[in-house]
Design a protein around this ligand. Sequence first.
Ligand code: GLC
Length: 739
Amino acid sequence: MSGFNLTEAQKKQITDLLAQMTVEEKVGQMHQLSPSIVGGFDVSFEELIEMVTDGRISNEEFGRIMANAERDFHEDDIRAGRVGSYLLNDPKKANELQRIAVEETRLGIPLIYGFDVIHGFRTTFPIPLAEACSWNEEVFEASAEVAAREASAHGINWTFAPMLDIARDARWGRISESAGEDPHLGSVYARAKVRGFQGKNPADRERIATTIKHFVAYGAAEAGQDYNTVSMAKSMLHNSYLPPVKAAVEEGAMTVMAAFNDYNGVPCTVNSWLLRDVLKESYGFEGFVVSDANAIRECVSHGIAEDLADASRKAVNAGMDMDMGSGTYSAHLAQQAADGEVSAEVLDEAVRRILTVKMALGLFDHPYVEEERMARYDGELDKKHRDIALDAAKRSIVLLKNDGILPIEKEQKIALLGALADDGENCLGAWNADGRGSDCVTVKAGLERAGISVTYAACCDTTSGLNRQELDGAVKDADVIIAVVGETNAMSGEASSRADITLPGHQRELLEAALATGKPVVALLMNGRPLALQWEQEHVPAILECWQLGVTHGDAAAAVLLGEYNPSGRLCATFPAMTGQCPRYYNHPNTGRPGSKSKFTSRYLDAPLEPLYPFGYGLSYANYLYSDLTVEESGESFRVSVSVANTGDRAGEETVQLYIRDVAGSIVRPVKELKAFKKVTLAPGETKQVTLTLNKTDMGFYNDDMEYCREDGSFLFYVGGNSRDCLEAERKVVFSQNV
Ligand code: GLC
């Protein structure tokens, strides 16, 4: 477990510091700042935000304006001990401001620098939703380790990652930042990310602190509308949304970010049951809790605080240790402490947690980033890092449909269509940290680098109409048409929910026109969420989900298109057949009238019963056959074995998945729950026996009193290559009470 292994001397240093600190200095530690934009362009900052939101200026233009904006870095506030943390990606400026904090303040407490390093820093990796489809914890850990190495060189000691929100609604834009819908896969992802970012010792200069975010259940925002209200039973919260959080705390995650949303009517920012009872008491979390951006101030608009003073008091008393950017604590907390509205114990507990993280990161020993590291990753991409990114990218690709067109032959003439096919910027995905569009290999470049003869025409992008002449010209001599369709970076991520998750713009017309030529058509998807692809599934012979894979996007896509890499990705989130099916997820209760062809069952009049592609789904160029399922009880666990045969003519990697169903419980249980998975490589014709172990302690659930229950009775065991197509066995299970 990484995280907090402070020595007694370090703990004493913190206690001694606390004893010397004034109330103002304590409040200063609880205040995170970003540089204020003060001008450098001819409209107000608010106007500029509106311009990029309504499309009057592009994201790239906005980025360029921001890069040249004039900023106020609040040096005097730092000098006066009123700042404890900074949101910044600028190593030289970081050292400059750090020198003020360390050498010019009364107690010399170093700043902690945070930044959103979500899926890579300069070497941009696949978006988390893509990477999670690799079901590969080595991949999860390796990408975080690379990101930490690159970000720490830029003076960043703390990332606001991993984002661990369980996401079941594809309309929600932030599903792109998540590891999908499943608590078990999400927990494996959580542990690996904490290990990757923090390492065994987070004081190592190439490691950075993690943030479990967003605490909690932000992915359940009503109707998939960002920032919306969240209501759910405590049993659902503990069984489906908290497991990745608990896993990350156990792995030693050092901070937690409270979510914007309310939980059952109390905003997470001021929810003491969540922050104190669940996180700090029940889970024993030792780090600090930071608000989301401006979220303390937003408690007034939530309607939980009368004014900013009320918001300040409610937040700190609920266990919110640090204020990200709202300035509420720095404006009100000292007076509230003086007036006894906030006790010295509450203040000291918050500051102790912040100092503990700074101490565990070694900031008191090495507060500055070394000059010689600052520019190390600013030039060409690091070759080793890029290779790690390419491996992750290949493993993130999911083959959704293949009527035999794929893989393509090198000699075939390819017509490549769609503006996204030649667009580096949109390979980066949402929450790009320090990556550049120019770093990215596009699909077009990837095919050309692989020696494929490509005739390219944009034909249409995510908003423009179809240029039919361009298309006709490009496809004339083609053997195969590859149409790259999907979403831009801005169509997923924060504040980017979509009420219609079909292909945006006129991209379906592009597919229709390509199909009308009578030539084989491959739809290559670049997107940040599951899309509603029922028409595409019915009409397009091959569909390859490539997501937004970062700097190696085109190389990974080309490797799979050409069969150099046999696609092994498996969906971490369900694809609904149509938007109206959202939210859609596999681990749902059965209901008293499970959906069927008969009318009076849980179904829609105008939608299919099933989603389009289920959780865990993905095809291969090989073919895997499952047989001989055995389930043996041995003491406090079950050994579940199955034979998997590769009946295809290519080697491949299969992800064998084990699900259970608790057939009857004191509360209704999901029809399936993922409990274990194992990757297995199989040569053509090879058969392997795969054994997965399930500990009986993992077969229980939380009830609404948050008691963990393991109830004797019948359990179904399912094993297969996805959550739908499984072999099944039933067992009567008796739990020994003394475990
Ligand atoms: C944003 C996001 C959060 C991010 C923070 C800092 O609003 O909700 O995930 O870490 O602000 O950028």
